[in-house]
Design a protein around this ligand. Structure first.
Ligand code: 5GP
Length: 239
């Protein structure tokens, strides 16, 4: 497969067309950003750690009946995916109160959210990803009510599967963000699932194992990404 014209360059990934219709290549770069791009760095190998975890998680979800855009890895930082028509929603599932939900609402950090809370933001950096509700999503024609029901159902399935996978490695899935797209009429999981898009805490020590380490200068970001990638992908043998 040959990489062709650049389609889209985001903050940490670049998407290319290929010589095969309907297939794209996603390049996971070493760029890391936080606070709407207010903090930026390039950290060696970060792209490959996130790509490795994303590929592993997409394969695991597919094996468990969740439709994703994942096709295969070309090398440690290039992923082949099926082209989706992306829906500009950031679907966040929260199992434990942390991050913006604690800043914006009277939740105590670390308190359990049972059942999990789904928050959906409008993916638009220029508007700082404002939170949506069902009526706004439908009024803005971002998704039909039927699609929205499907998206929420899939988000909760992903949550249950991921939480189980991570728990087996001693990791608590605090929350995560996923994105969806359409392939014809089918809703599929797109984008990535990595240390950049999940909030993970070590079950024993409570230590952050995700981008919060970078956001809040909590330690050696790449050493932690490396360890977490190994811990997550090791669960392969146990499944
Ligand atoms: P919070 O709203 O607490 O900042 O984020 C909730 C969860 O969604 C965290 O796991 C965070 O990493 C993820 N998340 C929220 N917004 C974004 C985003 O724009 N990009 C990425 N990669 N993850 C996000």
């Amino acid at each position: 497969m040959k990489q062709k014209k650049l389609l889209y360059a985001g903050k940490a990934k670049t998407v290319y067309r290929t010589d095969t219709k309907g297939k794209l290549i996603v390049e996971f770069r070493d760029d890391i950003t936080a606070f709407d791009g207010g903090k930026k760095d390039v950290l060696k190998n970060k792209g490959s750690y996130n790509a490795e975890v994303s590929a592993f998680v997409f394969r695991y979800l597919e094996e468990n009946g969740v439709k994703t855009h994942f096709v295969k890895m070309l090398d440690p930082r290039h992923m082949v995916v099926n082209e989706l028509s992306m829906i500009p929603l950031e679907v966040i599932v929260r199992n434990i109160a942390a991050g913006s939900i604690v800043r914006n609402y009277p939740f105590k950090e670390g308190s359990k959210l049972n059942p999990p809370v789904i928050v959906i933001d409008y993916k638009d950096d220029s508007r700082h990803d404002p939170m949506l509700n069902d009526d706004l999503i439908v009024a803005l024609k971002l998704a039909t009510p039927q699609e929205l029901r499907k998206i929420k159902k899939m988000a909760l399935e992903v949550n249950a599967l991921l939480a189980r996978l991570l728990a087996a490695q001693g990791i608590t899935l605090v929350d995560f963000k996923i994105e969806f797209g359409r392939k014809g009429k089918t809703i599929c999981l797109g984008d990535e699932i990595s240390m950049d898009s999940m909030r993970l805490w070590d079950k024993k020590t409570g230590e952050s194992l995700d981008k919060d380490v970078y956001r809040f200068n909590k330690g050696d970001v790449m050493a932690i990404y490396n360890t977490v990638a190994t811990r997550i992908t090791r669960s392969k043998k146990k499944r």
